[in-house]
Design a binder for this molecule. Structure first.
Ligand code: ATP
Ligand code: MG
Length: 331
């Protein structure tokens, strides 16, 4: 078993009519990680996912998924992956159990295995109580979780999720995230696409930011955010704040004292700088009454790289998340 479950090299897709949707992307996904493709509408996320899942034929370039070449051995690849497409592909007249059973049979899973595995998977996504409910009575979030359970029927090495939480309300999104995290714990590699920066930030181990068919940055959420230039630490002390601020400035940090006495320090990496700042305060026998720091968001990263805001291309859904987060913070 190699370290990488997905290895894409210079993948390109030109659609009939000449649209170059993916302009040569290369990346590798490690076994057991959650890897995210983050980008605005039309960036080429679905096209890339389509090529990795053998649904779309690359114009050029190669991709090895679960040890097999997507163009040369598509059947081998398909046997080892699970896919949840952007638009639900379920039969609403069937129950969850029936949907999964049929899907399992198509994938060649033996009936005896299905009888055992379907309830297990439905339990994992929190739908065991609704196993025999027809999907027309399911909410969008329940459908999404069912689709994830269904995509796991053949015990795949890699699960592909195209916009797993698009259009879901915050609670439903949180439940889908929970399911994805539990998959990671079980060792399943997850490749997902999203245009929600908070989703990429909170859920993914590593992210490729994709724009106009190209990967413009790749790294852990923290690495990407540190590209923007740094963090801001806010500290409030009792005592001679002015000379404390000066001593910090002498160390090369840009320091501002705000009107309410709060000292704002621009640093490259707050967790690294904080101990030194705290020690300096202790050395001066200053009592710290407040200390916190803020980090740039992935939206700042996108803005930094493209001059455009990812937020601009997002739907109402994101605003709802923002409202939810504010509410949560207020609690
Ligand atoms: N079948 C197709 N034929 C022609 N052009 C296509 C086809 N599918 C996608 N495109 C175009 O390719 C580009 C990339 O589309 P793609 O669906 O991969 O983007 P995406 O990042 O998934 O976007 P979204 O966030 O809207 O899902 C877009 O300009 C799109 O219009
Ligand atoms: Mg898409």
């Amino acid at each position: 078993m190699g370290e990488y479950v997905i290895e894409a090299r210079d993948l390109r897709k030109v659609y009939p009519g000449g649209i170059e949707a993916v302009k040569g992307v290369s990346f590798r996904v490690r076994r057991g990680e959650i890897y995210g493709f983050l980008g605005p509408n039309g960036a080429g996320k679905t096209t890339t996912l389509g090529m990795l899942t053998t649904v779309i034929k690359p114009t050029s370039g190669t991709a090895i998924v679960a040890g097999y070449d997507v163009t040369r051995n598509p059947v081998e690849v398909r046997a080892r992956i699970g896919v949840v497409f952007q638009d639900p592909t379920i039969d609403r007249d069937l129950t969850a159990w029936q949907n999964m059973y049929i899907h399992g049979l198509i994938h060649g899973v033996p009936r005896s295995v299905l009888e055992k595995r379907i309830p297990e998977l439905l339990r994992m996504v929190g739908l065991e109580k609704f196993m025999h409910t027809r999907l027309r009575y399911y909410s969008g979030g329940m459908i999404r979780r069912l689709e994830i359970a269904r995509a796991l029927i053949n015990t795949p090495e890699v699960l592909f999720l195209d916009e797993p939480t698009i259009g879901l309300d915050p609670q439903a999104r949180a439940k889908v995230w929970e399911v994805i995290r539990s998959l990671k714990k079980q060792g399943v590699t997850v490749f997902l696409t999203t245009h929600y920066m908070d989703e990429a930030d909170k859920l993914c181990d590593r992210i490729a930011i994709i724009d106009h068919g190209r990967i413009i940055a790749e790294g852990t959420p923290e690495e990407l955010k540190s590209m923007v230039g740094g963090d801001i630490i806010y500290i409030r002390v009792v005592g001679d704040g002015a000379s404390f601020a000066r001593s910090l400035a002498e160390r090369g940090w840009k320091t501002r004292t705000l009107s309410d006495g709060l000292i704002a320090i621009s640093v490259r990496d707050a967790p690294r700088a904080l101990p030194e700042i705290m020690m300096e305060a202790a050395r001066r026998r200053l009592q710290i009454v407040e200390v916190r720091y803020v980090r740039p968001s992935l939206d700042d990263v996108f803005l930094h790289l493209t001059g455009r805001s990812l937020r601009d291309s997002e739907t109402e859904g994101w605003k709802e998340i923002a409202r939810m987060m504010v509410r949560r913070r207020m609690r």
